[in-house]
Design a protein around this ligand. Structure first.
Ligand SMILES: Nc1ncnc2c1ncn2[C@@H]1O[C@H](COP(=O)(O)OP(=O)(O)OP(=O)(O)O)[C@@H](O)[C@H]1O
Length: 239
């Protein structure tokens, strides 16, 4: 069974089908890309998986457990966390304190203060923020805030992290550094990622497999090379 198994998920908002019968299987240790033009349904699918939005039909199974109907905090405690397109660190708290909150309340485990400190140090190191641990979260650059978002997910003990536009607004050097970090997290920690990204070059470089949505429907699925040569995808993106 796939690590994350999405079966026949549909989501209706009034008269709009934001998702229509979407199937998606993500394997452990995979970097899985989700692609689609604006309004294709990517964020809605993230929200359904993370428990922020209930699907109209279908179900989501993570590591053998049915997630449908569970709250986002329950889903996170099972090891599946998402980041948001708009980063929102707790301003007024340092980078390390932001991570302490995630470690204390996100994981659902009762950790001693020594264990919390170890989780925080580990999450800082994982995203190369150790030297900025005492900065106010709100004072980080955008790139730093995106890294803090990832670190917060890691501090909850997430095994699968869904990244919503983690490259958006970053310059080419920062994008390249982010690609290196994500690859390293997958290789060294066996983490699984599902990523939504409008920076297509980065998505193509990073993903093992890509699913393309258009108006809530699955229109293509395959390796980056297969997606790059797909007629329907070219039509949607380039007209
Ligand atoms: N809460 C909601 N109520 C009504 N319609 C919604 C809601 N959330 C999303 N939609 C609609 O569902 C469709 C899919 O939106 P969604 O945000 O999932 O697309 P997306 O692929 O993430 O787009 P983008 O790349 O612009 O973020 C859009 O037509 C959007 O307007």
């Amino acid at each position: 069974m796939a690590f994350l198994d999405i079966k026949g998920v549909s989501k209706r908002f009034g008269g709009l089908m934001a998702l229509s019968d979407v199937d998606m299987q993500v394997e452990k240790g995979e970097i899985f890309g989700l692609m689609g033009a604006n309004g294709a349904g990517k964020t809605t699918l993230f929200s359904v998986i993370a428990g922020h939005v209930a699907p109209t039909t279908g179900e989501v199974v993570f590591d053998g457990q049915r997630l449908t109907g569970l709250s986002p905090s329950r889903v996170c405690r099972l090891g599946l966390c998402r980041t948001f397109q708009i980063v929102r660190p707790f301003a007024g708290l340092s980078v390390a304190e932001n991570l302490r909150v995630a470690a204390l309340y996100g994981s659902g485990r009762k950790l001693t203060s020594t264990e919390v400190a170890a989780v925080v140090d580990d999450a800082l190191e994982a995203v190369d923020l150790t030297d900025r641990r005492d900065l106010d979260g709100g004072q980080l650059t955008l790139s730093g805030q995106k890294r803090l978002e990832i670190a917060r997910a890691l501090a909850t003990g997430a095994r699968l992290v869904m990244l919503d536009e983690v490259m958006a607004g970053l310059n080419p050097t920062e994008i390249s550094a982010m690609l290196t970090t994500l690859e390293r997290l997958r290789t060294e920690r066996g983490l699984t990622f599902v990523i939504v990204e409008h920076v297509i070059g980065a998505l193509m470089t990073l993903s093992d497999r890509i699913l393309v949505l258009d108006h809530g429907e699955r229109i293509a699925f395959g390796t980056p090379e297969e997606i790059g040569n797909h007629d329907r995808v070219a039509e949607v993106y380039f007209g």
